[in-house]
Design a protein around this ligand. Sequence first.
Ligand SMILES: CCCCCCC/C=C/C(=O)SCCNC(=O)CCNC(=O)[C@H](O)C(C)(C)COP(=O)(O)OP(=O)(O)OC[C@H]1O[C@@H](n2cnc3c(N)ncnc32)[C@H](O)[C@@H]1OP(=O)(O)O
Length: 287
Amino acid sequence: MMRFPSILARNAKLCVNTKQIQMAALSTAPEMIKVEKVGEKKNVALIKLNRPKALNALCDQLMSELSDALRSLDLDTSVGAIVITGSERAFAAGADIKEMTDNEFASTFSGRFLENWTTVSEVKKPVIAAVNGFALGGGNEIAMMCDIIYAGEKARFGQPEIKIGTIPGAGGTQRWVRAAGKSFAMEVCLTGDQVTAQEAKERGIVSKVFPVDQVVGEAVKLGEKIADQSPLIVQMAKEAVNKAYELTLQEGLHFERRLFHATFATKDRKEGMTAFAEKRKPQWESK
Ligand SMILES: CCCCCCC/C=C/C(=O)SCCNC(=O)CCNC(=O)[C@H](O)C(C)(C)COP(=O)(O)OP(=O)(O)OC[C@H]1O[C@@H](n2cnc3c(N)ncnc32)[C@H](O)[C@@H]1OP(=O)(O)O
């Protein structure tokens, strides 16, 4: 089981001397997620959301553990891609409603309510969501923060917040519009209706749909394929694609061209082209 330094640091703050800190460190493995390195070269990190009784409802502890794991894996040079999954019944059924029920405006506005939610979108390495079952509310928003979504054929996506008197708060109103257009985004956010895996694929939310028991394996295979490329250049490509969300076409084209030029300052670009000419596999240095 993997442990993460910032979890240790957070828990260590509660202790008063070194011995206690060491004991706290030993007892702070994540409880609501499971993390392992998978694939032939063990270069893909698989994070499994693991709160089955609550359909992986995203409570503060789960989100802190996820956030710590992602930050740590982003710095781990043995990892080339990250897959996030849940169970066959639920990727995640949204933010934990029971945890939020008594929240009030002032504390959510001025406090640090769910400040860890954006970490998925801050990771520099490629992140793939392997979605089975419910991906609702914040669960769907986490999936949409990932770079690629693979879905099982029984997956259900949606923003049911409207049915509990609130609205999406982690990107749902914005990312649905960008992925599926305003009209469909309005339907999803104003009705709370669930969207099937097939429709999500037709709308451009999901890139591929697989039988339920194959989604995670396919996502890991995809992660392995990406992890075989130069990590440095993969990071540049991810950044360039993401800019398409934020910039005008002209600004995006300019950004892409500049990064393309920048690849010529890297050893990996030289190695990639030389290896092609020499008919061999490139050896990436990430320089
Ligand atoms: C700065 C950043 C801010 C970020 C803000 C992010 C904002 C996000 C908001 C949200 O996500 S709001 C929540 C949106 N999700 C929902 O409304 C879905 C709620 N769940 C359901 O509708 C149903 O559970 C289901 C998914 C349709 C499944 O129904 P089913 O009948 O199959 O199972 P249940 O018996 O209902 O559930 C089993 C078990 O799980 C608990 N549970 C399910 N979802 C949640 C949840 N979102 N929060 C807390 N608990 C949940 C449910 O209560 C059951 O537990 P028990 O009651 O049996 O103990």
